[in-house]
Write a protein that binds this ligand. Sequence first.
Ligand SMILES: NC(=O)c1ccc[n+]([C@@H]2O[C@H](COP(=O)([O-])OP(=O)(O)OC[C@H]3O[C@@H](n4cnc5c(N)ncnc54)[C@H](O)[C@@H]3O)[C@@H](O)[C@H]2O)c1
Length: 375
Amino acid sequence: MMTLRIALSGEASARDYPIVIGDRVLWESRCFLVEACPSRRVVVVSDDRVWGLHGGVLATLLTQWGFVFEPVIVPEGEQSKSLTCLAFLYNAFCGFRLRRDDTVIAFGGGVVGDLAGFGAATFLRGVPFVQIPTTLMAQVDSGVGGKVAVNLPQGKNLAGCFYQPRLVVADVSLLETLDKRDWDSGMAEAVKYAALGDDGLGEIFREPVAESDLTRIVWLCCAAKGRFVMEDELDQGVRALLNFGHTFAHALETFYGYGTYRHGEAVARGMLIASEVGSRLGVSVPGTGAALKGMLDNAGIEGRLTENVDEGVLDFLPLIQADKKNPGGVEAVDEVALVLLRELGDAYVHKIRYEDLVEVFANSRSGLVVDRCLT
Ligand SMILES: NC(=O)c1ccc[n+]([C@@H]2O[C@H](COP(=O)([O-])OP(=O)(O)OC[C@H]3O[C@@H](n4cnc5c(N)ncnc54)[C@H](O)[C@@H]3O)[C@@H](O)[C@H]2O)c1
């Protein structure tokens, strides 16, 4: 078992929390859970797939450890990160008579974590919250850092807030049942941390990933994300770099409908599109896109996600004008903020007029982003 501590600065320090990482650590997490959930009354939010696969284990452990709990199960998939499911949660919290010293446990992927976290943050103006992430995506990224949200029809994550968990338990044994697409999705976020300069991850993705690398990947990603969160909890500065690839990813996800692309699949494409923008604007060192693609390949990510990535960009590009990270907010704006790479490990925020960005793609008919980077 490995334990990391997220130390939040200033008055917030009472909200510091541990991240427990390892193989079968769920079975060993009694003390952590008891500390995080002192009343031992908990609502467990999960999705039908996760609960069907792993709910029995969690239910048995909670019962053995003297917890009173109520499972609240939403349908699997991005569609559940909705106002409708949020209302369903509030209703279940009321039915359980959830009090301010009781706890909401998110047991699932990023969808469940974001939804349950936003429910916990807003019910009774905030009840304690614990993350037990069950996807690679959630273990390497979304389970840590306290961003919680639901989607609105107008865009992803538009209703949300910052709300840190009291505990994260990342048990890699739960990932054995993940399907290939969800595996790729999580690996893409892990590659993002390598692209942003984590040396340990860069080392791992220099070669094809082995199963034995898994715990170390989760550990390094949590540590990397933790560093960003500890420096900039409320996303006013350096944390913005974690959006590398995400502006394009969110537009892709919205354009094709939530759930068509897994979030990380869209991020893999989004990172390559961003590196292509850097290359076409002449701000990236030649070969940066190829190096990124090499890491995605070594992470085992399906080639269909990382080839011809600028195909169709002009179709979904208008949606990036409504990204909430833009200087003008969610209103359609003239200028957009992109995270670009000067080279691997050197990311920065690049503001560009929307029209100029359209030009970047309108002037290219190659469609072969990576081939261009390789030459
Ligand atoms: N809050 C953040 O900081 C943050 C960061 C990144 C992503 N996100 C959000 O996370 C979401 C994506 O997360 P995700 O990729 O985990 O998606 P997800 O929660 O939809 O999970 C993907 C699929 O995997 C299934 N699943 C979960 N655990 C499983 C297991 N152990 N075995 C088998 N199947 C399992 C789920 O039922 C679902 O079908 C997006 O909504 C994204 O916006 C949030």
